[in-house]
Design a protein around this ligand. Structure first.
Ligand SMILES: CSC[C@H]1O[C@H](OP(=O)(O)O)[C@H](O)[C@@H]1O
Length: 368
């Protein structure tokens, strides 16, 4: 997608130096556009942990490039042991998005299979780039399948389709297109009138800062709302469709996503609003069946709750929201049970949120 009319991906290899991976520092958007150079697996780990890059597909691809950078920085006697160590290290950057482990394991398996290859660095870079391109292809397919939902809704109402989304499951969470926003962009590009209610998404405000930013750059009409507004809008028929992303979805259709998603799903169920989750197959956890009990939920620094960052016209500054003595809890994700999910929009089509439907689309899934 584009920023200031210039096309971007969220991550790329420095054209002048193949030992440098570059990313947009999303901690600064929308106020400052800054590019970060990643030169080591430690740089990739910190970029993921500190959310300079975030979003399940982007986290996975960043870690994949981290394995390539590890190879460039190899020092020691056993390359295999070194790669095992860096893979384990990278996977600890954040616990919930399964794409991280999926991508690192795929890179590690490839690199070990080719450990003696004379051009191991070159083919490992190619493998990481293939994972990046695969996520772009997945996102665009999700957009095409999700477009049909929006088209059908527009045919019925012959008025702009109002879509509510939570957090940022846009192209900034992926490489391009996004997951939840991909159908929105496809509809907008096709001339179908859409409007997006963008949940601000406390505490890090990915919706207010990132989703609003990318929708604005693409010219998509949108309104930023406080997190607790969605239920009211649904009660008053102001939401036609909810589309959110996912960080990890079980083979039974339980969906881990940004904290607050579960509450939106409850409101959608209570008001008969279709609730869809857009995700690539790289976000399925084929080993898990009970998301509420089994998906690890990240707990982040409570100061992300007690402080909030904003732009004062010159720089990004934190201000305190709570009394110094008050404690805070900062759960990063929650799990929406499959029973509240209308359907899953994937790169192979839309399916029900149950094991039978998921495995019909991905028969190889639980053999992974
Ligand atoms: C397409 S994955 C997007 C997913 O990731 C976000 O979490 P975070 O910003 O903490 O990485 C959020 O859960 C989005 O739905």
């Amino acid at each position: 997608m584009q920023i200031n009319g210039k096309p971007y991906h969220t991550i790329w290899l420095n054209e002048a130096d193949s030992s440098v991976v570059q990313v947009i520092d999303q901690r600064k958007l929308p106020f400052v556009f800054e590019i970060l150079d990643l030169k080591t697996p430690e740089d990739c780990f910190c970029a993921i942990r500190d959310m300079a890059v975030r979003g399940a597909p982007l986290i996975g691809v960043t870690a994949a490039y981290g394995m390539y950078l590890a190879l460039l920085n190899f020092r020691g006697s056993s390359l295999e042991e070194y790669l095992d160590e860096k893979a384990t290290y990278l996977k600890t950057a954040r616990p919930t998005a399964v794409n991280l482990a999926f991508a690192v394991d795929e890179m590690l398996k490839f690199m070990k299979l080719n450990i003696g290859h004379p051009r191991l660095k070159e083919i490992s870079l190619k493998k990481a780039t293939e994972l990046k391109v695969r996520e772009i292809e997945f996102s665009e397919k999700i957009g095409e399948f999700g477009l049909k939902l929006i088209e059908d809704m527009y045919e019925r109402k012959q008025a702009p389709v109002n879509i509510l989304t939570h957090c940022n499951a846009g192209w900034l969470a992926c490489i391009d297109w996004g997951t939840a926003t991909a159908p929105v962009y496809k509809a907008h590009h096709k001339g179908i009138p859409v409007h997006v209610w963008a949940d601000e998404t406390r505490p890090r405000n990915q919706g207010a800062r990132l989703t609003a930013f990318e929708l604005g750059e693409e010219g998509v009409p949108h309104t930023v709302i406080a997190d607790n507004t969605g239920g009211h809008l649904m009660q008053h028929n102001m939401v036609d469709l909810v589309i959110v992303g996912s960080d990890r979805t079980t083979v039974t259709g339980d969906v881990a996503n940004k904290i607050g998603t579960y509450l939106k799903a409850l409101a959608a169920k209570d008001n008969g609003v279709p609730f869809y989750v857009a995700l690539p197959s790289s976000t399925f956890d084929w080993q898990l069946k009970n998301g509420v009990l089994e998906i690890p939920i990240e707990e982040r620094d409570p100061d992300e709750v007690t402080l909030i960052e904003g732009w004062n016209g010159e720089s990004i500054q934190p201000v305190r929201l709570t009394p110094e003595k008050s404690r805070a809890a900062n759960f990063g994700f929650d799990v929406t049970p499959a029973r509240l999910v209308t359907g899953l929009i994937t790169e192979r089509g839309i399916c029900r949120a149950n094991e039978e439907s998921i495995l019909q689309l991905f028969p190889e899934g639980n053999k992974q």
